[in-house]
Each structure stands twice: as structure tokens, then as C-alpha cells.
Design a protein around this ligand. Structure first.
Ligand SMILES: Cc1ncc(C[n+]2csc(CCOP(=O)(O)OP(=O)(O)O)c2C)c(N)n1
Ligand SMILES: [Mg+2]
Length: 789
């Protein structure tokens, strides 16, 4: 059967597939609520109304407009219609649809990692998927400029956006950043149904958005009326009808859509009825026909949507505003409470009959359509979107045996980070060529300066450093070129993490692996936290270096001090967090990290390095393979405890000097005291959980985790003093590993300025506080204290 060429056949098929996608999405939700056994009695919910709103637009895209190289972020609550379209393509199974929102079933929100049906970008937390398309487009430009696209065509990065989703601030932050970088190839399609979850969207808001998009250099295409409407406007009286529609408040239009044709007739007749042309225009139509006309907004008209998409002949970003009705075609269309609306069994039965779907044939792909199955099959098989494979990959890059740096007797981990990157920048390895750095206006103050000096800023067009060309002395070379490897960002931390997400998926999206390293001040992780979570959920791979951290940045004080971030690092899935004290540890961690960032799904992940500006004495030692592996696993003995240890000190990060000093002083009265250096509470804890689970589930397995092995030699009544410049709970769990008592020191109040000594004393984490804690654990006095200077 040849592919139909005549456009009316084509339109008929696209409309039939739209109806089918809408049916299948509704049936999926209905099945989950009324057919699948549900023992907990919870309503499955499902976003029928939101899906209906987008059914035509998504069908136009997936069945006609999209090319394999395009990537799409689907509005989270349009997940059912997305899965239905994929089912028609043969990429989603009936079993998973029947298990929608169930364990391992099709996901409530499209998920790159949990769904099987070709989700390009996960969505769920509204606003983030939208911004992800923008940053993915910038990353595509980066890959293109570096010559790594091979023979791939540039794709369009497309977001289907809910109108209320536009309230999310991160979208505006992304818009500004996109403008700075000359954004291209990005389409945002706004499902303008003028409804959110609770309410009807405020009148006139959209004009504000429109101006804003145009200001940022976007093309704006408004698709307001469908074909039926345009034809009616051409009739006598049509112009008055158009004016009435344009002036009708959002809430009223929605309410009338819910009430139906008769209600529309009454309102229009009362307001503009003239016993002349307008009245005749209305009288010509039955109530059903009038409702069909009034619901024929642009976003529900296939031909109008295809025209809108196909009219774009440039690569500038485009915002389409498609007028729609939430829940169109369903009994609750337009009702303000329809966000979680479900059809009753009776309503579904009625709709089934209207669609000519026989009981027992609800999942049949072409049931009830007038076209024959072979025509539809061959149409689907010829859809351009499905021509090539869409998930790409790239080779794993070799990681050097050792990451080098110019050592100094005293250094901070932040300084060490800069030195390690400087050595990488000087090397000519493939690994270094794929590193790309980014920072929200703190490039220099997080020590990326040396890297940027050597590798340059990225821009699609060359840009000289004006200070350099004017011969004004400056430590930094800020010239930009298409070969540059640092992407400068404005201050918005949300943008940083979405950029990390986009860079960190480049192997899969563009077939070119990148190793992103992004830097920011540690406390501001919390500003971008949802975007960080989002990036991890998508399994993007990146390294975050956060510095300075804790109260150790002492005189800076205030809300620049971070307390909770070590716990964030531990709790964030997909992110291994480290807080080294010494630079040789950092080099070992980064080396491990570059390999970890490239491991398969389920094995690898991203990294968070919590660094410090505190300059401390560096150990002079040889990095043995054992030490290196202990550092990556999370801990090693800096001083091994003796067989009769009464107490040990376990520390993380910048408080190393206090821990070392206290251990020395305690050691004068208790010979066997040990000192445990913890480089990653997160890895230690994860290893411990994994070992317990293994032992529980596989009888006979004796595997002990790293922390269990380290603590094994300690006598049962030995105490543990833990100390970190962060919340004490980060290390407090160590006592549960083998049942030792713990005194956990750290920071619980923030905001005070002072010297490091002042603040460590104030927060009870200086050497004497460690000694006091050791005393209270052992019940016997420690002979010496540190003298105040
Ligand atoms: C960050 C975030 N906050 C809140 C929600 C809950 N939520 C889901 S959909 C929605 C309203 C969406 O309205 P709109 O974007 O207009 O989509 P529509 O359903 O009308 O298509 C809200 C508040 C969420 N998913 N993410
Ligand atoms: Mg809406």
C-alpha cells in the first residue's frame, strides 16, 4: 500500500491518529482506575484533561513534523498521550500501559531513565524540561563548533509547555541566558488552555510573555483559530463572532466549553445576536455543531498546527502559542477542576460507543477508525521521526594513571582543584579535550582561571579579550572562540545545573561525550537544588566543585556559610559526594570521578566535590594504589588505632588540622587512639547499605563494606568523636556500623563572622572541643589541652 500523498488523505489519517492517541491515553487511565486490581484503593489519577489539550499538537509533531535528530521535552502531565503515541509506533507495550503509574509500568511523567519508550528529556518538576531544551541546544552548538557532530544533522530542541508552567522563574532565567549565547534551533510550544491546576489563568498575561519573547529575539507564532473558525469568520456575521471570541474572558470561555453548544448559543445570542447575520450564523448550526466550532481553536486543528510548524524557515528560536481547551472532547472539557478529572464508567462507555470501539478491542491500534489497517500501518512505518536510531552513545575516554599538580607544602583543596585542572589544560589528552567547564559568574573565585587561560572561553564567533587588546594588564585571558572549553554563565544557579544536565547527556543526545565540570559557591547549591536533582534523575554525568564551604570561609560569614550541603550530597541519588582534606586525595577522587562519569547506567553517576579555601599543611606521602582506592571508597586510617583503643577521631575535610592536633594531644594520655580520615561519608554509607542488603538477600555471603572493615578492629567500648564543618548528622551514623558510642561535632547554627579559630571554637569543633568529646566518651580526663594563643 503506497503512502497517501494527497494532503486531504494525509490530514484524515493524522486526525484519525490523533483521535486514537486521545482514546488510548484515556483508556490507559481508565484501565488503571477501573480495571486493574487496586488493593490500596488509591485513585491512580492521570491527567486526562492535560493530555487531551495536547493530543493534536503532539500528533502533528510525532506523526509528521519531527525528524529523528529532534529532541522533545513533553509537558509532564501529557505523559499518557505521549505513551499512547509511542504505543502506536510500537515502542511502548500494552503491558506497560495497562500498568500505567504502577510498579515498573509506564511512568506518570515521561522519564528518560524509567520509561522504555524513547523519552528524550524527563519532565515532572514543571519548568525544568523547558529550560533543558534551551541548554541542550547550546550544547549542540558547542559540539558542532568543536567538529564532533560527525555526519549528524542538527536537531531542533522542542518543549511542550503548559501555560501555567510559564510561572516558573527558571524559564525566565534560561531565556536570558539563551539570548546571551545566540540561541538557535529551539521551539517552545505553549499549550495555551488558560487553565492551571487550581484555576483559570489570569487575563492578559500572555501579551506580557509575547513581548518578552520577542525582546529576547524569538519568533512568536500565535495559532489561535482552527479551520472551522476561520471559515465561519468569512461568513456574514463572522467578524462579529471573531470579536466576541477575542473579548471573551478565559474563565467564561472555559465554562461554556464545559456547558456545551446550547450555552454558547445563549451567551452569544444575548450579547451580539442581531436577528440578522450573526443570528443566522448561529441558527445554521446545531448545538453540537456550534460546540465543534467554538472548540476549534488553533491547537486542536491539525491543518493549522502543521501550517504553523511548516512555515518556520529559519533557525531562530520560536515560541508557538497554541490556543487550546483543557480536556477537549471529554465530558469535563473546560471545567476548572478538571486537572485530575477522571471519566466515570458510564461516560467512558458512551464515548466508546461514539468511537465505534468494541468491548475487548480497546487496545487494538486501529479499532474504530475508517481507514484500513494496512494504510495506517504503512503510514506509521513511514513517519520521518522513526527513520534512525535516536539514543546515541560515544566511546569511553581513557583516564590517566594519575592526575598531576604542582605541589606546595601548604594548600587549600580549592587551590589544588585549580592546579589539577591547570595540568589537565596543559596536557593534550583526549580526556582534556572533552572536559568542558562552566560557572555562574564565579569562574575566577572558584579557581577555574588557570584552566580558562589555557583553554579559552567558548563562543560560536571569535571574540577578543578587550583588556588584552588594549594592553591593560590582567591575570586572565578572557578571549572567546568556537574552540573554547569554558561556557560562561550568569549568576543563576538553576541555569548552571540545567546546563550540567545538558552537557552531561551529550553522549546520548549528540553522540559526543563531554566531561562537564561546573563550579559554584557551596551554599548556592541549595538555590539550584531541584535542577541538580533533575539532572541526576536524567542520569546526566557531571562533576560539581563547590567552594568555599562551611563556616571555614569565616570572615565572609552570613548566608554564605553552608551547613546542610554534606547531607544534600549524601542524600542525592545519582551523585557521589566527596569532601577531601588534602590535594592528593582530591587528585585521586577526580581520577576516579572521570571514570565513574563514563560508567554504564546503573553503575556510574555524577560527582560533588565539597572544597575549601582553607590553606593547610599537605602530607608528604606516596599515593599507593591501596590508599587511592581507600580514598575513593570513602576513608582510610591516617593513624591506625592500637588494639586497646578507647577512642578514635573521625574527621572530614577542612577540619583535618584540628583533628590531627587533638588526636596528638589525646595520644599523650591514650596510646592507642586512632585517626580516621573520611573523604566521602556518602560512599561509605552507600557501601554499608549495599553490603547489608547483599548479606540479607544472599545467604552465606560474608562481604563486609569498607567502613565495616575499617571499624572491625576497634574494641566494642571504644568511642568515636566525629567532626566536620557541616551538619554533625553527616558522620553521626558511624556509631551504628558496629555499635560504638559517638560524639558528633559540627555546625548547627550559621551566620556568624570571625576568624576560623573563633568560629571553630564557637561551633565546638576546635581541637579542645574534640578533646572534651573524647573525655566524655571515655569517662577519664585527657591530660593536655591546646593553649590559647
Ligand atoms: C515545580 C512543580 N510545582 C508544582 C507542580 C504541580 N503541578 C503539576 S501540573 C500543575 C499545573 C500545570 O498547569 P499548566 O502548565 O497550565 O498545564 P495544563 O495541565 O493546563 O496543560 C501543577 C501546579 C509540579 N509538577 N512541579
Ligand atoms: Mg494550562
Amino acid at each position: 500500500m503506497a503512502t497517501p500523498s494527497a494532503s486531504s488523505d494525509r490530514l484524515d489519517i493524522l486526525n484519525a491518529l490523533t483521535r486514537k492517541a486521545l482514546w488510548l491515553s484515556s483508556w490507559t487511565i481508565h484501565h488503571a482506575n477501573h480495571i486493574r486490581p487496586n488493593t490500596d484503593g488509591l485513585k491512580v489519577g492521570g491527567h486526562q484533561a492535560s493530555s487531551a489539550s495536547l493530543a493534536t499538537i503532539m500528533s502533528a509533531l510525532y506523526f509528521s513534523v519531527l525528524r529523528p535528530e529532534d529532541r522533545v521535552a513533553v509537558k509532564p502531565h501529557a505523559s499518557p498521550v505521549f505513551h499512547a503515541i509511542q504505543y502506536l509506533f510500537g515502542r511502548q507495550t500494552r503491558e506497560k500501559l495497562e500498568n500505567f503509574r504502577g510498579f515498573k509500568g509506564a511512568q506518570s511523567y515521561p522519564s528518560r531513565t524509567k520509561d522504555v519508550d524513547d523519552v528524550d528529556f524527563s519532565t515532572g518538576s514543571v519548568g525544568l524540561g523547558v529550560a533543558q531544551t534551551l541548554f541542550s541546544s547550546l550544547v549542540q552548538d558547542y559540539v558542532h563548533a568543536h567538529g564532533w557532530m560527525k555526519d549528524r544533522r542538527e536537531g531542533r530542541m522542542i518543549a511542550l509547555v503548559g501555560d501555567a508552567e510559564m510561572d516558573e522563574g527558571n524559564i525566565f532565567e534560561a531565556l536570558a541566558e539563551g539570548w546571551k549565547h545566540g540561541l538557535r534551533n529551539t521551539w517552545w510550544i505553549v499549550d495555551y488552555n488558560r487553565q492551571s491546576l487550581d484555576a483559570v489563568v489570569r487575563e492578559g498575561l500572555w501579551e506580557k510573555f509575547e513581548t518578552m519573547f520577542r525582546n529576547f529575539g524569538w519568533d512568536v507564532v500565535i495559532v489561535k483559530y482552527g479551520r472551522l473558525m476561520r471559515e465561519a469568520f468569512a461568513e456574514p456575521g463572522g467578524e462579529a463572532l471573531r470579536r466576541w471570541i477575542d473579548n471573551c474572558p478565559n474563565a467564561l470561555y472555559a465554562a461554556l466549553c464545559f456547558q456545551g453548544g446550547a450555552a454558547f448559543r445563549k451567551h452569544i445570542q444575548d450579547e451580539i445576536g442581531d436577528q440578522g447575520d450573526v443570528t443566522r450564523l448561529l441558527d445554521k448550526r446545531s448545538d453540537d455543531e456550534l460546540l465543534a466550532l467554538m472548540s476549534n481553536l488553533g491547537g486542536h486543528d491539525m491543518a493549522s498546527m502543521l501550517d504553523a510548524f511548516e512555515s518556520i524557515d529559519h533557525d531562530r528560536p520560536v515560541c508557538f502559542i497554541a490556543y487550546t481547551i483543557k480536556g477537549v472532547g471529554l465530558p469535563f472539557q473546560g471545567h476548572k477542576d478538571n486537572h485530575a478529572g477522571l471519566m466515570t464508567v458510564a461516560q467512558m462507555e458512551k464515548w466508546r460507543a461514539q468511537q465505534n470501539i468494541r468491548p475487548g478491542h480497546e487496545w487494538d491500534k486501529f479499532e474504530g477508525l475508517t481507514q484500513d489497517a494496512s494504510t495506517l500501518e504503512s503510514f506509521l512505518a513511514s513517519v520521518p521521526f522513526n527513520r534512525d536510531g535516536r539514543r546515541l552513545d560515544d566511546d569511553v575516554l581513557d583516564v590517566p594513571e594519575r592526575l598531576t599538580f604542582t605541589a606546595a607544602a601548604q594548600m587549600s583543596t580549592q587551590q589544588g582543584f585549580g592546579l589539577i585542572l591547570n595540568d589537565l589544560a596543559r596536557s593534550d589528552t583526549a580526556l582534556a579535550s572533552r572536559i568542558v567547564t562552566s560557572s555562574p559568574d564565579v569562574t575566577v573565585s572558584t579557581n577555574l582561571g588557570a584552566w580558562v587561560n589555557r583553554r579559552g572561553l567558548f563562543a560560536r564567533a571569535e571574540k577578543a579579550d578587550l583588556f588584552r587588546s588594549e594592553k591593560i594588564p590582567s591575570t586572565f585571558n578572557w578571549a572567546a572562540s568556537p574552540k573554547g572549553q569554558h561556557i560562561e554563565l550568569g549568576i543563576a544557579e538553576m541555569n548552571l545545573f540545567i546546563m550540567a544536565s545538558a552537557l552531561g547527556l551529550s553522549h546520548s543526545i549528540n553522540g559526543a561525550r563531554l566531561l562537564p565540570i561546573v563550579t559554584l559557591y557551596d551554599p548556592f547549591i541549595e538555590r539550584g537544588l531541584d535542577a541538580l536533582n533533575y539532572a541526576c534523575y536524567q542520569d546526566a554525568r557531571f562533576m560539581v566543585a563547590a567552594t568555599p564551604s562551611g563556616v571555614t570561609l569565616a570572615p565572609e560569614g552570613g548566608a554564605h556559610q553552608s551547613i546542610a550541603t554534606p547531607l544534600v550530597g549524601m542524600a542525592q541519588d545519582g551523585l557521589s559526594s566527596f569532601e577531601p582534606a588534602f590535594v592528593d586525595e582530591l587528585a585521586a577522587i577526580m581520577k576516579w570521578g572521570f571514570a565513574h562519569m563514563q560508567r554504564e547506567a546503573g553503575e556510574g553517576g555524577s560527582l560533588y566535590l565539597r572544597l575549601s579555601t582553607r590553606t593547610i599543611d599537605q602530607p608528604q606521602r606516596i599515593m599507593t594504589p591501596e590508599l587511592e582506592s581507600d580514598i575513593a571508597a570513602g576513608a582510610y586510617w591516617l593513624r591506625k588505632p592500637g588494639p586497646n583503643a578507647e577512642v578514635i577521631v573521625a574527621y572530614t575535610g577542612a577540619v583535618a588540622p584540628e583533628a590531627i592536633e587533638a588526636t596528638g594531644l589525646i595520644g599523650e594520655s591514650r596510646r592507642d587512639v586512632g585517626l580516621l580520615a573520611i573523604t566521602s561519608a556518602d560512599r561509605l554509607h552507600a557501601g554499608w547499605t549495599a553490603a547489608r542488603s547483599l548479606r540479607r538477600h544472599r545467604r552465606g555471603v560474608q562481604h563486609l563494606s569498607h567502613i565495616e572493615q575499617l571499624l572491625a578492629p576497634l574494641p566494642r567500648d571504644c568511642g568515636i568523636v566525629t567532626v566536620i564543618d557541616g551538619h554533625p548528622a553527616t558522620l553521626g551514623w558511624l556509631g551504628s556500623v558496629r555499635g560504638h558510642r559517638v560524639e558528633a561535632l559540627g555546625v548547627e547554627k550559621f551566620g556568624q563572622t570571625g576568624t576560623i579559630d573563633d568560629l571553630y571554637r564557637h561551633n565546638g569543633m576546635d581541637a579542645n572541643a574534640i578533646i572534651d568529646a573524647a573525655e566524655s566518651l571515655t569517662g577519664a580526663p585527657v591530660r593536655h589541652r591546646k593553649m590559647a594563643v
